[in-house]
Write a protein that binds this ligand. Sequence first.
Ligand SMILES: [Fe+2]
Ligand SMILES: [Fe+2]
Length: 306
Amino acid sequence: MIKTAQLDVTKIEPRLKHPTIFEHFDALVQGEEFEILNDHDPKPLYYQLLGERGNIFTWEYLENGPQCWRVRIAKPADENAETVGSIAAKDIRKAEVFKKLGIDFCCGGKKSLKQAAESVGISEVELKNHLSQAENIQSNAAHDFDSWDLGFLADYIYNVHHKYVREQGPIIEQLADKVAMRHGSEHHELFHLAEGMHAFMADLYAHLKTEEERLFPIVKKLASGEKADTPEVKSTISAMEEEHESAGEELRQFRILTQDYKLPPNACNSYTYLFEKIKEFENDLFQHIHLENNVLFPKAIALHQN
Ligand SMILES: [Fe+2]
Ligand SMILES: [Fe+2]
């Protein structure tokens, strides 16, 4: 087997450059790699390899000019099977799929999809179907909320955002505890984060309850054209807006605590997943609060005053 740690292409006679590189590439077995060093971007070689050998290698620039180009070319250990951990780390939607199926992708995530599927008693094809379905989940950014009927908007907020908080909140709380237990001795802020997260979520769950029990029914009544004899609409809305502000402030404090969710270099998958989940939660809450503060509440007040 020919395996060269680094092949200096500048020292090879021009007509022999590509054949020599191919010779080295063909000699690699799965899991092996070599580097090429060149004085110009070897991109044409990439296309030539792809065309003549197919998509069986990885191509990684270690240095990208202007004087020197170094590329690592490798044949992955198993080109058909990424590990569960690497898939989860790249796409949070797929991490969700693993979580729902009970597949451990955290500290024991070095399993192939086949092994992971077997561990929960389904076929690899089924697991791949679940994962490709997750790729179709898109954001709702395109909706024109401002034109919606107010009762429908209240239902939407309940069904999309309130349910999301109730589903994801406990997962984040549990994960924050787990990560603090595992990594808190090295990263003390994780204990504060977990503690703060429990208090934050408790307030938020109570907030949702107030909206659902005291506010949304009135909003829906007003939206259907009924007169609502409810002098407390404005004060309830003011109280909700104040709680939104507090929630925003708490999220800001979490960001300060974690330096904007900066991960240490050796962060495990659970650590990474926790921070991704919180950022996703924060995005959802901002959209949720935006719909209430900027669309639902002002329109409800306007209807109430008519
Ligand atoms: Fe809400
Ligand atoms: Fe709210």
